[in-house]
Design a protein around this ligand. Structure first.
Ligand code: AMP
Length: 433
């Protein structure tokens, strides 16, 4: 790509991941205008926010045609599963992300597990059920513990780890009889519970070339020491020392490359971000827990803080099937993201609370405050979601990045704000032996 090309970009979504993408895209010398739909208060500082929800794929397509958008970058999974990429491509628009058939890797766990089994990609052994009685019978016959999973998208809540048969039957009742996840649990998976350390790897691909991103680790539980219910993610850091170079290359050769090949053979070439959630057993054996088909949130925040080169040629090349022509340059220094959430999250919480101290925090060197659930109300930035901010810092080593991120978080306040105080603690422990 020639440097003089001036592009118009549309970012779809309005969370921390999309603020991070918009921020990084805004640094590109080849970008003229960035639109974000729907965006948030932070995104509005680097992009023009358009009041179209991320799920309104037809309206987004009309907008992109109207504004002659050169590249659309899709953040969340829902529009991907709904076929935003198919629609844009039909109109001749360039869009970064998988089409609906390939996005099924995330939107249908049965699809993902079946592809893995067919193509020999390591994952927990499993069975699929669409009737409660048969599922219950299987539970009573198989060894404990086990994991019960709804097939479809269930806002990250469709996985229940069950130590006993009783718990598993209860989970089946909730999913298949009470239908707490609606259609998402028309089919359920019952699989072996895996033991070990969890990690994830993200790779950008055009279906042929693979560009593995630096390692990262997120923190799902709301409270310190991984206590309390799971959330969208309370923090992340990159790199993750649990994945050394040897393990990263094993993940590439045992999981990422075979999966890209498998999707080609299935007739659903995969393009976009392939995110593999993995369990590493104490003996080093790798197994896939899940695939996601987009950037992780909040893993994107520390990963993109470390990207030194321009992200736009990479996303554009991946969307055009020309990824072999580009590369990325990474900062060696680690980055850490601390998520500040609304009081009560992941349960119910208040919205519209004024946030103070943002200006002081963003003035700190090597700190970015990425907005997730925020909006502008009467000229002030107020809370508008469960996860509110991702305070992200880069430092000479992981300890100094952590210190800086917490120093910045300490400057910011809103009523009821909560955040974990042990983000990256395990990485520091590991590095200190
Ligand atoms: P998933 O959406 O499939 O990644 O599941 C969400 C979380 O549930 C994972 O991050 C793991 O913590 C846990 N999990 C899922 N599958 C298994 C499994 N087979 N064994 C142990 N834990 C699991």
């Amino acid at each position: 790509m020639e440097k003089e090309i001036i592009m118009k970009i549309l970012v779809v979504g309005g969370g921390g991941r999309e603020h991070t993408l918009s921020w990084k895209i805004s640094q590109s010398p080849i970008v003229e205008t960035i639109y974000a739909a729907p965006g948030n208060a932070g995104i509005s500082q680097v992009a023009e926010c358009v009041p179209i929800e991320a799920e309104s794929v037809v309206r987004l397509c009309d907008f992109a045609e109207d504004k002659k958008i050169d590249l659309t970058v899709v953040g969340p999974e829902a529009p991907l599963a709904d076929g935003i990429v198919d629609l844009f491509q039909k109109k001749g628009l360039t869009v970064f992300g998988p089409n609906a058939a390939a996005a099924e890797l995330e939107s249908s766990k049965v699809f993902a597990k079946t592809v893995m089994r067919t193509h020999g990609i390591p994952t927990a052994s499993f069975r699929v059920f669409d009737a409660f009685e048969a599922a219950k019978e299987h539970v009573m016959e198989r060894p404990e513990p086990m994991v019960v999973k709804a097939d479809g998208l269930a806002a990250g809540k469709g996985v229940i780890v069950c130590e006993t048969r009783e718990e598993a039957v209860e989970a089946l009742e909730e999913m298949m009889m009470k239908k707490i996840f609606g259609e998402a649990a028309t089919q359920v998976i019952i699989e072996d519970k895996l033991e070990g350390e969890e990690t994830s790897i993200l790779a950008i691909t055009d279906g042929r070339t693979i560009l593995q991103l630096p390692t990262s680790q997120d923190h799902k539980a709301i409270f310190n020491d991984d206590k309390g219910p799971n959330t969208g993610g309370m923090g992340a850091y990159s790199p993750a020392p649990v994945v050394d170079d040897h393990l990263a290359s094993r993940i590439e050769s045992e999981v990422i490359v075979p999966m890209i090949h498998a999707m080609n053979r299935e007739g659903h070439p995969f393009s976009g971000v392939l995110y593999a959630g993995l369990m590493i057993a104490p003996d080093g054996e790798l197994k896939v827990l899940e695939f996601n088909v987009r950037f992780g949130d909040p893993e994107t925040q520390p990963i993109l803080m470390r990207l030194k080169s321009d992200i736009v040629p990479v996303l554009d090349a991946a969307a055009r099937g020309e990824l072999e022509d580009v590369s990325c340059e990474w900062d060696e220094r680690p980055a850490v993201c601390v998520v500040m959430a609304s009081g009560g999250y992941p349960g119910s919480y208040k919205k519209g609370l004024p946030i103070s101290g943002l200006e002081d925090a963003v003035r700190m060197e090597d700190v970015q405050v990425f907005h997730a659930g925020t909006k502008i109300q009467d000229g002030n930035v107020v809370t508008a979601g469960g996860r509110v901010l991702g305070v992200t810092a880069i430092g000479e080593d992981i300890s100094s990045a952590v210190k800086r991120a917490y120093e910045a978080a300490g400057m910011i306040s809103f009523e009821g704000a909560q955040y974990r105080t042990d983000i990256a603690g395990r990485a520091i422990q590991r590095l200190n032996g």
